[in-house]
Structures are given as structure tokens and as C-alpha cells.
Design a protein. Structure first.
Length: 752
């Protein structure tokens, strides 16, 4: 019988840790949080020091009972969720629930930055008490977000549309996107011209140089006439045209590697190099941290804890990196003195940088054992860490200035003399040019002179990488929250990714405008950053969490009361600048369940609606609509009119009388496939609130069977279930059993 109980939050962690411990340890998972604030009520008593009213999360009752049984059998209980504020909150709630079951048992907290035998053993040697300050910091953040979200969101429901939300941090991030969008719309491009010269000296190869100065000054060529005048001046009348080398500068320098990854820099690099979203990056990193199956080696953790803003690494990790670099590449590839990096100002520095647990586990050796995305992210982390510990690269920079007729052109070249850390992260300067051997005063033949018209560009839209960088620089949120912030902005349809860049939707623009008008302090990036600093002080024991919340609500509640009286409603729509093509009245932008659309202001007298787009300046452009002939599928049992197939605003088909609105008879769109559970009904097409199509029994609520894939009246040959689903997967069509316990799949017959 196990004498010691270790509770972690993830089943994957259980597998990894069990490898290191004997039978006297029972390792179990809480499967994430087991307690939280209820979803349907505020559940915070503001008049009683903001006391939260936690409850066991619905569906976690069985997990709780199993943990209680294990606690009763154990002599010692160790709580080992992730080593951060959220992990501390999980541990705190588990301890509270086990308080009765583990009566008179010693409940202690252990944590580790990496899941290795050494780290787990060290943690068990030095157990500690739960950290009240960390828990209170997390609890204060949770309550702050609850107060803001649950008090402001109803205002948006009344004035914009139901189902949308406001968030303490997400709304500030939305403002960043909206302000960048406005900058681009207001931007006025300015014309300028570039000149490039193809030159050749006495030795090959030829090279290109860009215009650097004209008559000793930075060139400002703002129109075609000025460009033509300079072109004539450079070309002159001579048949042979030469440039003369004014300056030849050759310097050697050492390039230092970048530091190992933090959460923020990992998310940025994974987005830029691998195309991963922040959410995907963190999900994969979590699996690499908790442990992955490496075949004969079993479940093995590959990286250290991935929520960190520190670039510090342990001396053990430094020694392991040195041993690998010297063994594989030689002692010249390790710096004369170990390399240390300084964390940015304000970093909590509670954990190490993100690094491989064991440098000897090189990515190529694991490639066949890891799914492609896990391999790619591990390779990114491993190479960045190893490069950070390697010697600097030595390069030779060459700068050439060559002139003709008062116009000076510049070319730059770079040559690698010693690879150094480049052996891990090969790279070459993007603006480097291969230059031949040259000498000062040498004549260079002009092979070609090119001029190109350009226009200044507006600041780019945010990508996931640049938004994460901006959030970090402004102190908005914390690294562990960036993925959730970005996901929420998209889930609420406030912003969409187009060509990997965020575009604010009409809904996002309206919500941001209303919040900025009525909650200017809450929407201020500086105020949000100050709140993060105060939460950090709570975690350090330097600030009382109740006082922090009281100070916040003293300003927030009066603002909320004022906004409730003055906030303008946009439910009637926003002016579009267009008129109705059917009746001539103004057309407004309105927000429906399926998104924004145009509707005539004379509704219900005029029922004209249309989709729309916006041009580069944000002007509304009506989408031309072709009226399609509706499919007739029968006669209306109420009035005898034609029954036609229509599409709901959430995307599913249904059948309705063509005489609507005088006749409102409607029916679900039936697939004709009998319900496999009750046999009395037929499966009908429906759609969720978010527009996802599914198929359910038309006898609901008597029968609640539902499935996601289009149904086929065919018996599963493996389990006998009376229907199969038509599943699309990676360009292939498959018939699959909807029973999760079965797993049967097959290709449709060739004639289908």
C-alpha cells in the first residue's frame, strides 16, 4: 500500500513521475482545476472582503472522490502542480478539499522546474508549506477579471448584442489592435525614389550598391522629375561610366548569440518560423514539459517549465551544455568564460529560461519518435539553448562607398570567419552582399543604374508575434496569459487573422469604442500595467490583496454606475453611408448571430439585407446579391403554399413556408436517416450558437442523440451501431462510427 500520495494536475505528469518513484508513492492527477467560481453568478461577496464562493467544477466530482480515497490511505500528501500562481491555486483548492479526508495527515507543497529523477528527488527532500501570497495573487487576478467581465458584459448585451464580453486585459489588447487599424486608415503615403547601381571592379563578382548620399547629404527624392534629373546627372554624357571607391572599411567583430527562450520569445519565434499560434505553441510546450512517449525510454520530459520571463539557467544545465558542445564540436566552440544573460527589468525570475532537460537528447535523434509539430518546437528550443551557450561567431564586415557626379553609393558585405554558435542556428545577414576584393581609389564600371518609385508604408497590422511583443513591452498581462488573450479576441469575433495579421472586425471596433468612451482608465495600457505590478507585489507579500481590490472597486463601481446611464446603444445599427437599393432609406450596419450585416432602416416595412465588405479606407461596400431560386420540397400543411429550403443565420438548413411572414410554419431539415437510438425519429440538421453544424433526433427532448458528421443509414460492421458518419479528414472522405468506443473507419465504395 502506498504511504505517500503525490498529486499533480496532469495525467501526462503522472506517467513521467511514476518512472522515478517506487511503490511507496501513489501519483495521481487532479486533471486541472477542481474548484472555481460558478459560471452563472458573480460569486464574489464585495461587502465581505471579496470572499469568493468557490464550487467543485461540474464533472470533477468523480476525480474529487478518488483523490479523497487516496488521501485517506496515505501517510503524507504532496501537492505538485505547476510551479506558478495558477499551480498554487490548484494546490490550494486540492488541499482544501482533502482537508477532511486527509485529517491529521501532513499536506505539503513540492515543485520542480523540470520533471527528472533528480528534480523530483530534490523536491521531495525539501517540501514546503503552501504559499499564501502566490495563491492570493492568483485569487485577486481571478476576482478582478470576474468583477470586470461580469459587470461590464451585461452593458454590452444591452447596447450591442448578447453573448459578447469585456475583459480586463483582453479589452486593452483589443484597443491596441483598433488603434493600429485607425493609424493605417489615417495614414497618408509619401512618394520617394530609390537608386541602385550594378558595379564591377577589376575582379569578379559584380555587386549592387544603393544610393547613400547626394552632395554629402541624405537623399530626398520625392517625385519623378527629381529622379530623372538625378539619373541624368549620374549617367552624364561619357560613353564609359565609372564610379570611384571613396572608402573601403574592413572590420572584424564577434556576434553573440541570443539568450534562451522565455515564454514570450518562444511564442514569437514559433509564430514567425513555424507558423504556430500562441495557443498551439503553449499546448505543445506543455506536452514536452510533462512528458512524451519515447518508445523504449517510456514517457520522458524534454523541456523545463515553459511559463517564465527569466533567461537564467542553472549551473547544472550550463555544465551539461558545455559537455555536449566540447564533445561534439570541440573546445573552441565554447566561450572562454561561461555566458550569462540578464533578465529584463521587472522579470519575476522565479523559474529558469525554457531549455532542454538533457542536451544529449538532440532533436534529430528523436525525430522518428515525436509527432512533427512536437519535433519542430523541441528543435527550436534545443537549438536556441545550445546556441546561447556556444562561443560567439566571428565575422568580417566590409563597407564600400563609391561615388560619381556627387552621388555616393554604399554596399555592405559580411563574411563568416568562425562559425561559433552558427553551428546550431545557421544564418546570414539579409542585407549582406558578396563583395570582390577592392581597393580605395579603384575605378568601378557602371553596368546598370536602376531607379524605383516607392511610397512610405503605414505601420503593419499586428501578427501574433508582434502583438505578444507589444503586450510584453507595455506590461499588459503576463506571459502565461498571452495565448488566452489572443484566443479570446478571436472567439468573441473582435478580431480575425487574415494572412497571419489581425484585422479588427466591425464588432470589435464598436466594442472598443464603447469601452474607451465609458471606461477610459480601465482601457489604458498604463493602468493595466500598474495593476500587474500590484499583483506581483501581492505574490511577493508586499501588498494586501483585499486592499488592492478595494482600491480598484472604489474607482470602478462609480464609473460603472455612470456608464449604465450614459452608454449609447448601437442595437439599432451604425450608419453605413449607403442607401437601400429597394426603398432609398439609409442602410445600417447591424450585428446578428452570424456576424455583421446591412439592414434597411425602414424595417419592417422594408426587409432588405445584404452582406458587405470594407475597402482600405474602411468605407462600407455592399456585396451584390443574386436572388437564387429557392428549392421547393412540398406544400405547407397550414396554408397550402410552397415549402422551401432556407438557411438560418447560424448556418443550418430548415424548411419554411414561402408565404412567411403571413404564414410562419417551419420544420427542421431532415436527412431522412432514422435515429439509431430511438428509431422513431429522423436525424435533422441543426447548428450551434457558434455556427457549427450537427445532426440530432427530431424527437428531442424525448431523444437527445446527436452527432457532428453528416449521417449515413449504414450499420457499423464492427459494433453494430445503426448509423455511420461521413467524415472529411485531410482531403479524404471516410465513413466513421460515431461511437467513440468503437473507432471504426472505412473509405466509401468507389461508386459513391
Amino acid at each position: 500500500m502506498a504511504k505517500n500520495l503525490i498529486i499533480v494536475e496532469s495525467p501526462a505528469k503522472v506517467k513521467t513521475i511514476r518512472k522515478f518513484l517506487g511503490e511507496t508513492y501513489d501519483v495521481r492527477a487532479s486533471v486541472g482545476h477542481i474548484m472555481d467560481l460558478p459560471k452563472k453568478t458573480l460569486a464574489v461577496d464585495e461587502n465581505n472582503d471579496f470572499t469568493p464562493q468557490y464550487e467543485i467544477i461540474p464533472g470533477k466530482e468523480k476525480v474529487v472522490e478518488e483523490l479523497k480515497k487516496a488521501a485517506r490511505r496515505a501517510d503524507n500528501i504532496y501537492l505538485a502542480p505547476d510551479p506558478d500562481r495558477e499551480g498554487e491555486a490548484i494546490a490550494w483548492h486540492v488541499a482544501k478539499i482533502l482537508g477532511e479526508a486527509g485529517k491529521n495527515k501532513l499536506i505539503q507543497r513540492i515543485s520542480f522546474n523540470e520533471i527528472t529523477a533528480r528534480a523530483v528527488a530534490e523536491a521531495l527532500k525539501r517540501p514546503a508549506q503552501l504559499n499564501a501570497d502566490l495563491f492570493n495573487a492568483q485569487q485577486a487576478r481571478r476576482i478582478l477579471d470576474r468583477l470586470v467581465g461580469y459587470k461590464i458584459s451585461p452593458l454590452l448585451w444591452k447596447t450591442v448584442k448578447r453573448g459578447i464580453s469585456a475583459g480586463r486585459v483582453q479589452s486593452v489588447a483589443l484597443r491596441l489592435l483598433a488603434e493600429r487599424d485607425a493609424e493605417r486608415r489615417d495614414f497618408k503615403p509619401e512618394e520617394y525614389w530609390l537608386f541602385k547601381a550594378s558595379l564591377r571592379g577589376k575582379d569578379e563578382p559584380a555587386f549592387r550598391a544603393e544610393l547613400h548620399k547626394v552632395d554629402g547629404k541624405k537623399p530626398k527624392i520625392g517625385n519623378a522629375a527629381e529622379a530623372e534629373e538625378l539619373e541624368k546627372r549620374i549617367l552624364g554624357q561619357e560613353q564609359k561610366k565609372y564610379f570611384v571607391v571613396d572608402l573601403l572599411e574592413i572590420k572584424e567583430r564577434e556576434k553573440s548569440p541570443p539568450p534562451p527562450f522565455t515564454t514570450s520569445t518562444l511564442q514569437q519565434a514559433a509564430n514567425q518560423r513555424l507558423g504556430f499560434t500562441a495557443k498551439k505553441t503553449m499546448n505543445i510546450a506543455q506536452r514536452l514539459y510533462e512528458g512524451v512517449d519515447l518508445g523504449e525510454s517510456g514517457t520522458t520530459a524534454l523541456i523545463t517549465y515553459m511559463r517564465t520571463d527569466s533567461v537564467r539557467i542553472s549551473e547544472e544545465a550550463r555544465a551539461a551544455a558545455r559537455a555536449y558542445i566540447v564533445d561534439v564540436h570541440g573546445k573552441d566552440y565554447y566561450p572562454a568564460r561561461p555566458r550569462y544573460f540578464k533578465s529584463k527589468s521587472g522579470a519575476q525570475d522565479a523559474h529558469e529560461a525554457i531549455r532542454p532537460v538533457d542536451p544529449k537528447l538532440a532533436p534529430e535523434a528523436l525525430k522518428s519518435l515525436l509527432p512533427p509539430d512536437q519535433y519542430r518546437l523541441y528543435n527550436l528550443i534545443w537549438t536556441r539553448f545550445m546556441a546561447s551557450q556556444a562561443a560567439g561567431a566571428k565575422v568580417e564586415d566590409t563597407t564600400v562607398l563609391a561615388s560619381r557626379a556627387g552621388a555616393q553609393f554604399r554596399a555592405k558585405g559580411e563574411r563568416t570567419l568562425f562559425m561559433g554558435f552558427y553551428v546550431f542556428t545557421p544564418q546570414k545577414s539579409e542585407d549582406a552582399t558578396d563583395l570582390p576584393a577592392l581597393a580605395k581609389g579603384e575605378q568601378l564600371t557602371l553596368l546598370k543604374l536602376e531607379k524605383e518609385q516607392k511610397f512610405t508604408q503605414p505601420p503593419p497590422l499586428y501578427s501574433e508575434a508582434s502583438l505578444v511583443r507589444e503586450l510584453e513591452e507595455k506590461g499588459i498581462g503576463r506571459p502565461s496569459t498571452y495565448a488566452g488573450i489572443i484566443a479570446t479576441l478571436q472567439d468573441r469575433e473582435y478580431a480575425v487573422l487574415v494572412d497571419k495579421h489581425f484585422q479588427v472586425t466591425d464588432l470589435g471596433r464598436v466594442v472598443c469604442g464603447l469601452l474607451t468612451e465609458n471606461f477610459s482608465e480601465l482601457m489604458d495600457a498604463g493602468f493595466t500595467a500598474q495593476m500587474e505590478e500590484k499583483l506581483d507585489k501581492v505574490a511577493e507579500g508586499g501588498e494586501d490583496w483585499v486592499k488592492l481590490l478595494r482600491n480598484f472597486t472604489d474607482g470602478f463601481n462609480p464609473t460603472l454606475e455612470k456608464a449604465a446611464k450614459s452608454v449609447r446603444s448601437v442595437k439599432g445599427g451604425l450608419p453605413s453611408g449607403l442607401n437601400c437599393p429597394e426603398c432609398g432609406n439609409p442602410v445600417f450596419v447591424r450585428f446578428g448571430k452570424a456576424g455583421p450585416f446591412l439592414a434597411c432602416s425602414a424595417y419592417p416595412a422594408c426587409k432588405f439585407t445584404s452582406n458587405f465588405t470594407r475597402d482600405e479606407k474602411g468605407e462600407v461596400q455592399m456585396v451584390a446579391q443574386e436572388r437564387q431560386k429557392q428549392e421547393v420540397v412540398g406544400k405547407c400543411p397550414d396554408c397550402g403554399g410552397d415549402m422551401v429550403v432556407k438557411t438560418s443565420r447560424t448556418g443550418s438548413r430548415f424548411i419554411a413556408c414561402s408565404n412567411y411572414p403571413s404564414c410562419r410554419h417551419a420544420e427542421p431539415f431532415s436527412t431522412g436517416v432514422p435515429c439509431p437510438v430511438c428509431q422513431a425519429g429522423r436525424l435533422a440538421e441543426k447548428s450551434s450558437r457558434r455556427g457549427k453544424i450537427f445532426y440530432s433526433c427530431d424527437q428531442y427532448p424525448k431523444c437527445d442523440f446527436a452527432m457532428w458528421d453528416p449521417p449515413r443509414a449504414e450499420v457499423c460492421p464492427q459494433c453494430g451501431f445503426k448509423v455511420l458518419g461521413v467524415k472529411k479528414s485531410r482531403g479524404r472522405t471516410l465513413l466513421a462510427c460515431p461511437q467513440k468506443s468503437c473507432g471504426f473507419k472505412k473509405s466509401p465504395d468507389a461508386d459513391e
